[in-house]
Design a binder for this molecule. Structure first.
Ligand SMILES: Cc1cc2nc3c(=O)[nH]c(=O)nc-3n(C[C@H](O)[C@H](O)[C@H](O)COP(=O)(O)O)c2cc1C
Length: 237
């Protein structure tokens, strides 16, 4: 049986879970974070696809939305990560985009939020039961329950993120090492370090710049929101 693992992980938390599943189950391991990889790995065939991705604004991260319809595996297992606030109905949204696949299980794990300076340990023993099922192929299609969520969240998603989170470039500090350009998951940074409208506000460029030439500014509202208590429980199905 051909198992393929594909993950999108601008800041590395989702990758930790994807890596764990790969180490336990074997197969082929694909990083879907960079734009070119989502073109290169579009036609990959698998019997079971282990898809690992984060929640962005209670939604699927934009660069992955168009990728999902290309997954041709008959069976998909999802590892969803989120910042411990809300993951809305993302699992249902993923299911809608997987045209031919059955979802045979999922995990939802709160991880370090890309906007917060924090460390969260993931208790990997919580995945033992699903890993056992996947190893012994003892799985069937699962139902994705509807979750109550804020119906206004999908409206003006981009504008809302932009008004709450801004990137600031100090060109005098930049020494054109190109790290931010090469590692941007949406290919949104030009050679003159201009941030394009396609930016997904993942904050990776801020993390990666060795000279702190890119910084971010959060609105008061976002600062307040990020102080809310984060959930810690992992969902395994
Ligand atoms: C633009 C953006 C939007 C986010 N929206 C949410 C959200 O709606 N709810 C939540 O709990 N976490 C949210 N997060 C936190 C991410 O889900 C979390 O940081 C992510 O799982 C980290 O994945 P990575 O380290 O693999 O990139 C958001 C993060 C970013 C960058």
């Amino acid at each position: 049986m051909e198992i393929v693992h594909g993950y999108f992980s601008p800041n590395g938390e989702t990758k930790k879970i994807a890596q764990l599943f790969y180490n336990e189950l074997g197969g082929r391991f694909f990083d879907l974070t960079l734009p070119q990889s989502r073109v290169d790995y579009r036609k990959v065939k698998a019997d079971l696809y282990i898809l690992s991705l984060p929640v962005y604004s209670q939604n699927i991260p934009k660069p992955l939305k168009s990728f999902l319809i290309h997954i041709k595996a008959p069976q998909v297992f999802i590892n969803l990560t989120y910042g411990g606030f809300s993951y809305g109905n993302v699992l249902r949204k993923i299911k809608k985009r997987l045209l031919v696949s059955k979802i045979v299980g999922y995990t939802v794990t709160p991880v370090k939020h890309s906007f917060i300076d924090q460390h969260i340990d993931i208790d990997i023993s919580l995945y033992d039961s699903v890993l056992k099922k996947l190893k012994t192929r003892d799985y069937h299609e699962v139902r994705i329950p509807f979750r109550f969520h804020n119906i206004f969240t999908p409206l003006f998603e981009k504008a809302r993120v932009r008004s709450n989170f801004k990137l600031i470039v100090d060109k005098d500090l930049c020494d054109h090492c190109n790290l931010c350009i090469n590692e941007c998951p949406s290919g949104s940074i030009t050679h003159s370090i201009k941030i394009l409208d396609s930016c997904i506000s993942c904050n990776h460029c801020v993390q990666v710049c060795p000279r702190h030439a890119i910084t971010s500014k959060k609105s008061k509202f976002l600062d307040y929101y990020l102080k809310k208590k984060q959930k810690t429980s992992v969902v395994v199905r």
